[in-house]
Design a protein around this ligand. Sequence first.
Ligand code: IPD
Ligand code: CA
Ligand code: CA
Length: 265
Amino acid sequence: MLNINVNELGSFATKLAKEAGRLSIVLREKPLELQTKRSASDLVTFVDKYIEEYLINEILKKYPDHGVIGEEGTFKKDISNTETVWIIDPIDGTTNFVHDRGHYAISIAIVHKDIELIGIVYDPIHDELFYGEKDKGAFYNDKKIEITSKSSIQESLIGVIMFWDNPKTKEQMDSRIIKLARDSRGLRINGCASLDICHVALGRLDAYISAILQPWDFAGGKIFLEQAGGLVTHIGGDKINIKSQGSIVACNPGIQKKLLSILEN
Ligand code: IPD
Ligand code: CA
Ligand code: CA
């Protein structure tokens, strides 16, 4: 038995994701105070920071003993002994947000005693909510969904990121990605990992592959997609620790074997 009210937690987290989305649209009208982090293409705006602070304040007001792993590092306390941990990305797809392209999201995952309980990804521009809850399933705007199985790579559209960001990764992965581009229906680089992972559940993509992602980029999407019947592993096929960074292959179950073998060769 979980010593936590999952229904209440899920409704609260959904409300926060939607309010954060609304804030992102309102605040986008102000000067963004653009800064770079690790590289010139790694952007952050005052909106990312504002929303992270907003989410953390609201979480702690209601659940003072919960912990947070957030992209902007606003939560400073040690979470090694914390039972319930939120993994949040206030704006996933900041570059899209800065360029006013849409395709960004608020991503929230809630992990309780290492159980991956709730995954929420909210696309505020399209008002699309992706909600996954352990033992309950996956919901797209409140409608229960399950992934439709696909078995052919040739008929698959695949989201990738690995052409940019990390020159070393680019060298290691290029030949495999080129093979995938030839073998599949096509590749897409969309710039928002959490949404791309969720889109796999709806068949808008059939897989999403990234050589490296942080927990806040994939955690919400991973829980949602798995609840819909999708599969999420590392590139070698290994199980993912949701609190650690690593490569990601999120896909339709029918193409996983073939996809992993292309990526491993
Ligand atoms: C980024 C997006 C992007 C992925 C990058 C992430 P951010 O997150 O998810 O799709 O390729 O690796 O860092 O910085 O926009 O939150
Ligand atoms: Ca991100
Ligand atoms: Ca972010």
